[in-house]
Ligand binder design. Structure first.
Ligand code: ATP
Ligand code: MG
Length: 238
């Protein structure tokens, strides 16, 4: 079996990249799938969450892909164990240029969380158009999905988002409601699938289409990251 790599990305800050990444990773880990969570964000939110997990929690390997500090060896910190089956990558807001290409170069699936508001949709729409034009998404056989995040209960469907996705022939993969359960999970080093079932039942149900979509990916064509050490823009075997 090969490794599947999922990139969670949106140039807009606060869209829910870290929230989706940590819950995806913890679901796979809790289902006994060898999982690595890689964080490209210098804020290190995903790795901070990883460090706050209880010692007995399902194991997730952490890989730090943020730009290196002078005393750190990036290639060492980015190591992905070869047994990894699901690699989930959290990304910083505003990623573009070479960094974006490097991250896309690893991805089999790309998840774009977006807050349903006109400002966020405008920024995200431009990003997706750019990805389709310059990201060589089709040539690289990368699959894209959009997730509405922080959906207000008073407005479960947001027509401008649906219209935009329809125009691109894309479908909305999931709607995650604005809920304290995500905030509480992030604060306590767990994922929603590791919480008490009754406390997170609605959130789990809404998140499941994301898990199923990532799980459903056809076998990736190649092992793009496992067992290798990475430097920006070049790869060498471990
Ligand atoms: N569905 C949700 N319901 C309630 N709070 C949420 C939800 N999704 C995310 N949040 C909260 O919103 C804030 C931003 O979310 P998150 O950190 O996942 O976004 P991000 O895209 O990773 O942000 P950044 O661009 O800064 O990395 C966090 O405090 C998070 O706990
Ligand atoms: Mg984040």
């Amino acid at each position: 079996m090969r490794m599947n790599t999922t990139l969670v990305i949106n140039p807009k800050g606060g869209a829910g990249k870290t929230t989706v990444a940590i819950n995806l990773a913890s679901h796979f880990a809790a289902s006994n799938t060898a999982t690595t969570l890689m964080d490209y964000d210098p804020q290190g939110s995903s790795l901070h969450w990883l460090r706050s997990r209880a010692p007995g929690a399902a194991k997730i390997h952490g890989a730090n892909a943020a730009p290196p500090k002078p005393d750190r060896l990036r290639s060492f910190e980015m190591y992905v164990p070869p047994e990894t089956r699901q690699l989930v990558i959290d990304t910083p807001a505003g990623a573009s240029g070479l960094l974006l290409q490097e991250m896309l170069g690893r991805a089999h699936c790309v998840i774009i969380p977006v807050v349903p508001s006109s400002l966020d949709i405008h920024a995200t729409a431009n990003f997706i158009k750019d990805l389709l034009l310059k990201g060589r998404i089709r040539e690289r056989n990368i699959r894209l999905a959009v997730v509405a995040n922080r959906v207000r209960r008073s407005m479960p469907v947001y027509p401008p988002l649906e219209r935009f996705l329809n125009a691109l022939n894309m479908k909305l993969l999931a709607r995650l409601i604005d809920s304290d359960v995500y905030v509480h999970a992030a604060e306590t080093g767990v994922g929603i699938f590791e919480m008490d079932f009754p406390a997170s039942v609605a959130e789990r149900k809404q998140f499941m289409p994301i898990i199923d979509w990532v799980d459903d990916q056809q076998a990736p064509r190649d092992d793009r990251t496992a067992g290798t050490l990475y430097e920006l823009g070049r790869t060498r075997s471990a």
